[in-house]
Design a protein around this ligand. Structure first.
Ligand code: ZN
Length: 416
């Protein structure tokens, strides 16, 4: 509406101007030597307008013709992009449906239209992997890694392949390159932490350990590979402080304190561990320096004070009393332990030993009953791999049967 009014006003002005000039009269004269062209003012103005309009149309046409090849190229490129996009979508659908060969056909179409873009290289690599052709996938990953803009993508693919093939040395070199391409990438940190675990590089695994990782176990493992005794002692202390319920850390820390000439602090560490989680190895370490059987009972009583109600406490006291020949005391402790939930074969075997000590080997009723109870009792707790179930005499950061890291737990169950 506004434009129409504007046009109307302009036309009115032009007509008004024209009429005014016609009324004014006048002549435009052009003289070329002998020639003289004379025309009325109004005709000259109309001619000027017509010449201007024709020139404008000619120039616009020339401009349009000159831009035609570029417009054609753009149209073709847009068509190629649309075609490639459709092919990529079909390829993604084929990949999701588990048909990598058909996906590769679609990717090939898209590559003919667009060339080797990083997206298509990555897609082709994933399709080749799905088709089981790791070498072909590696080729695409290498092409990605050779480009500045997609370097990390290529290295990530190659790194995943190396890890899958257990080529940890190659994977570590790739991880270093990837770290340079994309410093501080979260995925890379996780991958490096897992590789450190897989290659038993415990110090690195500890440094890269994510939240919730078993830091006490990692610290102790790192201490075991640490050649510097001061650093090893500090790592053992860290393991103990992180989790005083982790018996191997308690024992290692206490052993180090004994070695450094602080037996009192060593005992305190063992007592602290017993308070959190009594473990037969702690009792053994605590009682080891005491040889006299009666003194051992006294030492056991010292430790028992830190966790008096626990099954392990009653068992430790019962066994120490039995060794010292204090049969009444042994019976009381062992029977208390035997009545507790989770009482295992160790308790009943100690009761069998007690019956034999008191009554001899003759097949009397109490001995037979104790032997039957020992047969029926559950297996004693063990260090066991949570992955393959293998039993181990001692804790170790890695199961030497199945190679899994941090899988050995007391009774096969991870604490906490
Ligand atoms: Zn295992």
């Amino acid at each position: 509406m506004k434009r129409a009014i504007k046009l109307l006003l302009l036309s009115a002005l032009a007509i008004g101007g024209g009429l005014w000039l016609t009324g004014l009269g006048g002549t435009v004269e052009l003289r070329f030597g002998e020639w003289l062209i004379a025309a009325p003012m109004s005709v000259t103005l109309v001619l000027l307008v017509v010449v201007f309009a024709v020139l404008h149309v000619v120039l616009r046409t020339i401009g349009w013709l000159r831009g035609w090849p570029a417009r054609r190229r753009l149209r073709l490129r847009l068509a190629a992009h649309e075609g490639a996009e459709a092919a990529v979508t079909r390829a993604l659908v084929r990949l999701a449906a588990g048909s990598p060969e058909q996906a590769l056909l679609e990717i090939g179409r898209a590559r003919r239209l667009l060339g080797e873009t990083p997206q298509l290289l990555l897609l082709a690599a994933e399709a080749e992997r799905q088709a089981g052709r790791e070498d072909a996938a590696a080729g695409h990953f290498r092409a990605l890694a050779a480009r500045e803009d997609s370097r990390f993508l290529g290295l990530r693919g190659l790194l995943r392949q190396a890890v899958a093939q257990h080529d940890f040395e190659g994977a570590r070199a790739l991880a270093e390159q990837a770290e340079q391409a994309e410093p501080g990438a979260v995925w890379l940190r996780q991958e490096r932490a897992e590789m450190a675990l897989a290659t038993a590089a415990w110090r690195e695994a500890l440094a890269l350990a994510p939240m919730g990782a078993p830091r006490a176990a990692l610290s102790l493992a790192a201490a075991r590979e640490e050649p510097d005794p001061l650093k090893a002692a500090e790592l053992e202390r860290q393991a103990f402080v992180t989790d005083p319920g982790f018996a191997p850390a308690v024992i290692a820390h206490a052993a180090r304190l004994t070695e450094e000439g602080s037996p009192r602090r060593a005992r305190q560490a063992l007592e602290q561990g017993w308070a959190v989680a009594p473990h037969p190895d702690i009792a053994q370490a605590y009682l080891a320096p005491t040889q006299d059987p009666l003194e051992r009972v006294k030492a056991a009583e010292m430790l028992a004070r830190r966790n008096p109600q626990h099954l392990e406490t009653h068992l430790m006291l019962g066994e120490a009393a039995l060794r010292a020949g204090l049969t009444g005391r042994a019976r009381a402790e062992l029977q208390t332990a035997g009545a507790m939930p989770g009482a295992d074969r160790r308790v009943f075997e100690a009761l069998v030993a007690l019956e034999k000590l008191e009554q001899g080997d003759a097949g009397h009723l109490a001995l037979a009953r104790a032997e039957a109870a020992a047969q029926a009792a559950p297996e004693p707790p063990q260090w066991r791999c949570g992955h393959c179930g293998t039993e181990h005499a001692h804790w170790s950061p890695r199961c030497d049967s199945c190679g899994t890291a941090l899988s050995i737990h007391w009774n096969g169950v991870a604490a906490g």
